[in-house]
Design a binder for this molecule. Structure first.
Ligand SMILES: Cc1cc2nc3c(=O)[nH]c(=O)nc-3n(C[C@H](O)[C@H](O)[C@H](O)COP(=O)(O)O)c2cc1C
Length: 195
């Protein structure tokens, strides 16, 4: 069985740009035989602003309600992640932070790579996310894909959007994914041997 790579869609607002990188990722990564791709859209997991009583790090998989349980069980299945993030006010979107704060064990010892977009390709949001995911005991990777404004403008004006508009990013994606798969195999084996 190839590793399950989950793509977390970090923004939820109407008209979100994230749909375009997601369409490109699906086009490029679906059908590969060295990974199974799953899109985890935070729109499908509406969670209230964090309201847990005990931090998830101290109450692993103890879900306060069905919505968090469904989200936790989905994240639990993954072997590695690609987080697709916007940059809101030089940070990552609150939707992403709120969702991640609900879990802990489900993310532990799994690798995560990033696709960002914005004025500096989401670089500031990605740097912040790298700090956050370390606290979830994840392994953030160096290689990332940064979608800059010129590409965002052409992608926004294209109707319909074609994944070919992001073809200049294909090599970066390939480098990032091959690194992600290396870490997915290494950490998957280590998690399995740790029991
Ligand atoms: C609240 C808000 C703050 C923003 N701040 C930034 C920013 O700091 N840096 C940036 O590059 N883009 C910023 N933008 C523009 C976003 O890059 C752009 O709107 C993008 O489409 C947002 O992602 P989304 O459409 O998936 O929600 C901001 C957008 C919003 C809505």
């Amino acid at each position: 069985m190839p590793p399950l790579v989950q793509v977390i869609v970090g923004t939820t607002r109407p008209g979100r740009f994230s749909e375009k990188p997601i369409a490109w990722l699906v086009d490029r990564l679906c059908g590969r035989d060295d990974l199974e791709l799953e899109i985890l859209d935070l729109r499908d997991h509406p969670l209230p602003m964090y309201e847990g009583t005990v931090p998830p790090a101290r109450s692993p998989r103890d879900y306060p309600n069905d919505a968090v349980a469904r989200f936790g069980q989905a994240i639990d299945r993954a072997d590695g992640f690609i987080i697709v993030t916007a940059e809101y006010n030089h940070g990552y979107p609150a939707s992403l932070k709120n969702a991640m704060d609900y879990l802990f064990a489900e993310f532990n010892r799994k690798p995560v790579a990033f696709v960002g977009y914005g004025n500096v390709g989401g670089a500031r949001a990605i740097e912040q996310l790298r700090q956050v995911v370390v606290e979830l005991e994840m392994a953030p990777l160096r290689h990332a894909v940064n979608i800059l404004p010129e590409l965002m403008i052409s992608a926004r004006s294209a109707e319909p959007f074609s994944p070919e508009l992001f073809a200049s990013l294909d090599q970066r994606l390939e480098t990032m994914v091959s690194d992600l798969l290396w870490w997915t195999a290494a950490l998957g084996a280590a998690r399995a041997s740790a029991g």
